[in-house]
Design a protein around this ligand. Structure first.
Ligand code: SF4
Length: 493
């Protein structure tokens, strides 16, 4: 019998991708997704403890679903970073909670769910998996017309196999739909982090860096290409650390090189990079790999060396700027985004000015800015010299005002130019428009129908806004002006 699962997701792309993985995994246990919590048999809150007030958000979400437990006996679970961090304390505090499942335990979800269904027992699984099996991808079955019956089965290729063959033969439409619907897809290449920045909870809740084998990753990207996906975004907390601990000798830039050769994939992105590990090889990849998009998200967090040291970031303002300058030389059309924290303990006016100075020098296309707030269990949570809330807010507003102007000006520089846009779907602004992204990751809205979805089209930018661009499709296919660095170097696509 088919049942329904509703997942509420907090946080970053990694978490959203985990939600996708959970949904695929649960399809194998006959749980299909619903967008309406009221009709769910299983409600899962997939949590993030990186952003603000994580525990508070979890408890308030649990409070919202209590009546469904009382009325219909729905199963309720908490997954992700807060689950990892809090463990069975969550079960103690919320008597109607059935399941707590940590970041490494996702593959066990169907078994745990069965246990609850049959015995009513409450479960908590938050162990770390030193083998890295939790990173294996659960691929949906291919539609029938894409099945090569002589190909090796997924188990033989080291991928977790979820659906028995007969199920997708009888339900061909469901097969692959989650992927086929989309033109871009996320692929986890590693998880965890070895850096232990003093403000960050990630190494404690996601564990140490673990990479997937390149063979698994390549097979997944080939699969996605075959299903029509044009763009892949490689995910990891520190993608630059890719390859550490693997038996094979491979680093992140080599992995990018291999993915660049996969037919059907037109664009490659990745997130997130740590400036300390941002290597010369990776900088050169932006000029050598035609499919690598001209955009990088490189968090700097602060422009003050004193604060960077307290954050345990492992670089200085000068060494960060050197890397950025070099990157701009190698790839002049690169778009830059970053994360920055204001009001870290000990941040004085001078330190904040250093941050503004760094922003002025780099001229980011966009910034994700946050006020510092302590995370339980991190070193910085014990730092005493806290910045007043009012000061933090003032600094954040100042910084955001400055960045708003830079972002708008950078967008205005694109007016009148033609950009290659990968069309992703209906525009949120108008039912007559579609929306897509440039290689530099800017959103462009323009008139067009849904048949364009999945296509790379040349679009002239006619108007710039702070968060998006307005364009018009140009009728004849011609090359976009933002010919990537590989074209400037005379290498064909
Ligand atoms: Fe957290 Fe620092 Fe690792 Fe990024 S590099 S995930 S901020 S510990």
């Amino acid at each position: 019998m088919e049942r329904r699962v509703y997942i509420e997701t907090f946080g970053c792309q990694m978490n959203e991708h985990d939600t996708e993985r959970i949904l695929r995994l649960l399809e194998g246990s006959h749980y299909l997704e619903t967008k309406n919590a009221k009709e769910a048999d299983f409600i899962l809150i997939n949590t993030c403890s990186v952003r603000e007030k994580p525990e508070h958000k979890v408890y308030s979400a649990l409070g919202r679903y209590k009546w469904l437990k009382e009325k219909r006996g729905v199963i309720i679970g908490v997954a992700g970073c807060v689950a990892q961090q809090e463990g069975d304390k969550l079960l103690d505090r919320v008597p109607y909670l059935d399941m707590v499942i940590g970041t490494h335990a996702i593959p066990m979800l169907p078994q745990l769910l069965k246990k609850i269904e049959f015995s009513g027992q409450r479960v908590c699984e938050t162990g770390f998996d030193p083998e890295g099996n939790y990173l294996k991808t659960i691929l949906p079955p291919k539609p029938l017309d894409k099945v090569n019956l002589s190909a090796p089965r997924s188990e033989d290729r080291g991928l977790l196999k979820v659906h028995p063959e007969p199920r997708f033969v009888t339900q061909p439409l469901k097969a692959g739909l989650r992927v086929v619907e989309r033109v871009k897809s996320y692929v986890t290449i590693m998880q965890g982090c070895d850096h232990f920045c003093s403000f960050c909870i990630v190494p404690y809740v996601r564990g140490r860096e673990q990479s997937r084998s390149s063979r698994e990753i390549i097979e997944e990207v080939e699969y996605l290409a075959e299903m029509g996906v044009k763009e892949v975004c490689l995910l990891g907390q520190n993608v630059n650390g890719y390859g550490k601990g693997l038996e094979e000798e491979i680093g992140f830039s080599e992995l990018l090189g291999r993915i660049n050769q996969i037919e059907g994939i037109e664009r490659i992105r990745f997130t997130t990079s740590h400036p300390k590990d941002f290597s010369e090889k990776l900088i050169q990849a932006f000029s050598k790999l035609p499919k690598l998009c001209e955009h990088i998200h490189l968090p700097f967090q602060s422009g003050s060396d004193k604060i960077l040291k307290a954050m345990h970031r492992g670089y200085t303002k000068e060494s960060y700027l050197e890397k950025i300058d070099h990157l701009k030389e190698v790839c002049p059309s690169i778009a830059l985004t970053a994360d920055v924290i204001v009001g870290f303990p000990g941040e004085e006016e001078e330190d904040f000015k250093e941050t503004l100075d760094l922003m002025g020098k780099v001229q980011y296309d966009d910034l994700f800015s946050f006020k510092y707030s302590p995370r339980k269990g991190t070193r910085a949570a014990q730092f005493q010299d806290r910045v007043e809330e009012k000061v933090k807010q003032e600094r954040l507003s100042t910084l955001q005002e400055i960045q708003k102007e830079i972002t708008l000006r950078k967008n205005q520089e694109l007016e009148g130019r033609v950009k290659e846009v990968l069309v992703e779907g209906r525009s949120r602004q108008s039912a007559q428009d579609v929306a897509g992204r440039t290689r530099s990751n800017k959103i462009v809205n323009f008139g067009g129908n849904l048949e364009l979805v999945g296509q790379l089209v040349p679009v002239r930018i006619i108007k710039a806004y702070p968060h998006s661009l307005r364009g018009e499709i140009i009728p004849t296919h011609c090359r976009s002006e933002n010919a990537p660095a590989y074209q400037q170097a005379g290498v064909g696509k």
